[in-house]
Design a protein around this ligand. Structure first.
Ligand code: MN
Length: 242
């Protein structure tokens, strides 16, 4: 075999690889343009969503180990249990948000609500965090925080207080109610959108969210999230467009 043949083979192979990549990109582009990607929040088949970052991306504030258990075990278990409970029911195949809304407030549907709402809350939680996040937002959100709380510092105190005073399992949230920002907390799987509020950000304060990294020091976990991880771009994307 001559050297020329080797080069010929190599370049043909790399050409084929580039061509395949090109087709894949074109496919992805067309799916995007179609605007009917099956991955959008309201039409997705119920499944464990991918994390929006690598499992070690939130270190040193939330460890890879915590993310592994929290996403890979807890979140997955809520997805699996929801699928099991709705199998053969009229809820099967409905968008997740509709399943949560339709089962909210009905004691005989509590098991489905609890699992489905936990799926929704966790998906929202992963998106509420980002490496290099936290701190004071800019622009429209900064103005809204000032209007709602008087200052960013007051907002920080209120969110911390909600996260710390939630007795037992639950969630602390920044929500929009009417045209005003508010901090609220929910117990267990409860979620603000079933109460007419628009969630902007959330902090999971179930012990499984922080115990491996912080043990009983919930305050340190909450401060880490607010100061270093909150995803203000995501919060902004949840504001209704004027
Ligand atoms: Mn959780």
């Amino acid at each position: 075999m001559s050297i020329q043949t080797v080069h010929g083979e190599m370049s043909r192979r790399s050409f084929l690889a580039s061509a395949a990549a090109g087709v894949a990109l074109l496919g992805a582009g067309m799916a995007g343009l179609g605007g009917c990607s099956s991955k959008t929040a309201n039409t997705a088949t119920l499944a464990l969503p991918e994390l929006p970052y690598k499992d070690n991306a939130l270190e040193p504030y939330i460890s890879r180990k915590t993310i592994g258990f929290h996403h890979g075990k807890h979140h997955r278990a809520y997805v699996d249990k929801t699928l099991e409970l709705i199998q053969g029911e009229s809820l099967a195949g409905m968008p997740l948000k509709d399943i949560v809304q339709k089962t909210s407030g009905f004691p005989d549907m509590a098991a489905i609500f609890n699992n489905a709402a936990q799926v929704w809350n966790h998906d929202f939680y992963w998106k509420s965090l980002t490496p290099g996040g936290g701190g004071k937002p800019a622009g429209d959100l900064a103005r809204r925080l000032d209007a709602g709380f008087g200052s960013y510092e007051n907002f920080h105190k209120e969110l911390t207080n909600a996260a710390m005073s939630q007795f037992g399992n639950g969630w602390a949230w920044l929500v929009l109610e009417g045209d005003r920002l508010k901090v609220v907390k929910t117990s267990n799987a409860d979620t603000p959108f079933v109460h007419g509020q628009t969630p902007l950000l959330t902090i999971d304060v179930w012990e499984h969210a922080y115990y491996l990294d912080y043990q009983n020091r919930r305050a340190d976990y909450v401060k880490s999230v607010i100061d270093h991880l909150l995803n203000w771009k995501f919060a902004e994307s949840n504001l209704p467009t004027a």
